[in-house]
Ligand binder design. Structure first.
Ligand SMILES: Nc1nc2c(ncn2[C@@H]2O[C@H](COP(=O)(O)OP(=O)(O)O)[C@@H](O)[C@H]2O)c(=O)[nH]1
Ligand SMILES: [Mg+2]
Length: 285
């Protein structure tokens, strides 16, 4: 399969992440709530060391809320506090910021005991492209922010967004690449719009989507495409071909595939989650 990143880029990205990790007290890892496993790169687990980390399940407005809760429980069972967030519609991140501050409370206390007044917590957001890093940064920044210049004592050209919470965030998020170690992960990334359409054929994505929704969300499929129980019993590719005809596209299954993909991306079929906790072993390690 086509790889979007050459090893050189990977190493560079990894080094950049590693360097900037040193500057912060806490890492805010952002994943897409619809694919909490497929939208993260486990490399972060190995380079994070003892750094405090929280996970944000973003785009929760698009995800199946039962699944989001399961993923939250899963990550928390691994010792990582996890927050279900819809950064597109919610502009109040105060609660989240206060919770993240609690993660580093001990460290702040230690500094205070040592005589450091007004210690400002330093954080960085990190995640694969398109999970909502910039959106969340803007939310954190609110309207009271100023992007400050170089901070004494830290790497040059590192700009910090100052929030009103004794809490500063690096203004450019850390970017990891998705780890497409099997085709399914790639198809899920394509279906949610996380990776370029050109990497997979629309019909492969649509066939995957139909199989997945048949298994996990049959009622959504039935409702949106007006299918009977009998229709739903069709195996692929019959189901795709049937839908193509039914939608008046004759045998243009490419066009129908495109439509199915876009319908799912836009949420026409409602909320869904494509990674199931019980189908993924050791999502975090
Ligand atoms: N529905 C929904 N869309 C979101 C959410 N957060 C971000 N987006 C959208 O996802 C797309 C990518 O967001 P962006 O912040 O640019 O992602 P980045 O590449 O990680 O910086 C944009 O179209 C956002 O409007 C969310 O919580 N819900
Ligand atoms: Mg961005």
């Amino acid at each position: 399969m086509a790889l979007q990143w050459y090893p050189g880029h990977m190493n560079k990205a990894k080094n950049q992440v590693q360097d900037r990790l040193k500057l912060v007290d806490v890492v805010i890892e952002i994943v897409d709530a619809r694919i909490p496993f497929s939208s993260r790169n486990p490399m972060l687990d190995s380079i994070i060391n003892n750094k405090k980390r929280v996970i944000i399940l973003n785009k929760s407005d698009l995800a199946d809320s039962t699944s989001s809760k399961k993923w939250q429980d899963y990550f928390e069972s691994k010792g990582i506090n996890t927050y279900i967030v819809d950064s597109k519609h919610s502009n109040n991140m105060n609660n989240l910021i206060n919770n993240i501050k609690k993660e580093v409370a001990q460290k702040v206390e230690k500094y205070q005991k040592a005589g450091v007044k007004n210690y400002r917590i330093k954080a960085m957001c990190i995640g694969i492209p398109n999970v909502g890093k910039s959106t969340i940064l803007n939310r954190f920044a609110g309207k009271n922010i100023a992007v400050t210049g170089n901070k004494p004592g830290v790497t040059k050209n590192q700009n910090w967004i100052k929030t009103k919470f004794d809490f500063d965030i690096i203004d450019t998020p850390g970017i990891l690449w998705p780890k497409i170690e099997d085709e399914k992960i790639g198809l899920k990334l394509a279906l949610t719009g996380a990776i370029k359409d050109s990497i997979f054929h629309a019909d492969d994505v649509a066939l995957f989507a139909l199989d997945y929704f048949k298994k996990y969300y049959p009622d959504k499929l039935k409702k949106v495409y007006n299918l009977s129980d009998e229709n739903l019993g069709y195996e692929n590719p019959e189901l795709l071909l049937f839908l193509t005809k039914k939608s008046g596209m004759k045998d243009d299954f490419d066009r129908m595939s495109e439509k199915i993909m876009m319908d799912i991306r836009k949420g026409v079929l409602g909320r869904y989650t494509l990674d199931q906790v019980d189908e993924v072993e050791n999502a975090i390690n």
